[in-house]
Design a protein around this ligand. Sequence first.
Ligand SMILES: [Zn+2]
Length: 150
Amino acid sequence: MLGKIARKLRILGFDTIYMLDTEDRKILDLLIQTKRILLTSDKELFYRAKKHNCHSIFINKNTEIENLVTIFSNLEIKFIDTKINCYRCSICNTKLKTVEDPNTIKNEVHQKVFENNAIFYRCYRCNKLYWSGSHIKNISLLIEKINKIL
Ligand SMILES: [Zn+2]
């Protein structure tokens, strides 16, 4: 659940680190050093972070939409732009860059995808290509629903 949420947050432009199987101490050190916000479903870690005055959000709802609403409400975000500009790589969190000449990536995507999209983005760290495909459209629809609740 949190991995999926992390990927969505990155697509929405939030600088998001996803740490799996990491010692609590390491996570707490990172929080204290960087003033990042902790999203966790681990109650013990949540309270430990609070004790260190770290901004922490406890994620315990059953659905992704409820958990995203919890996060945005906690951050006092009242509106998320549904026009998603592919800011960050959903895999590695690196800021994406627009591919200046789409012809250079023509052979890397299906012909239909190439024909139906004018703008492509690339992560220059892991080389993944992004475009405003059905995945992004589904996230926009999810955000529309979330905006109605916020
Ligand atoms: Zn990447």
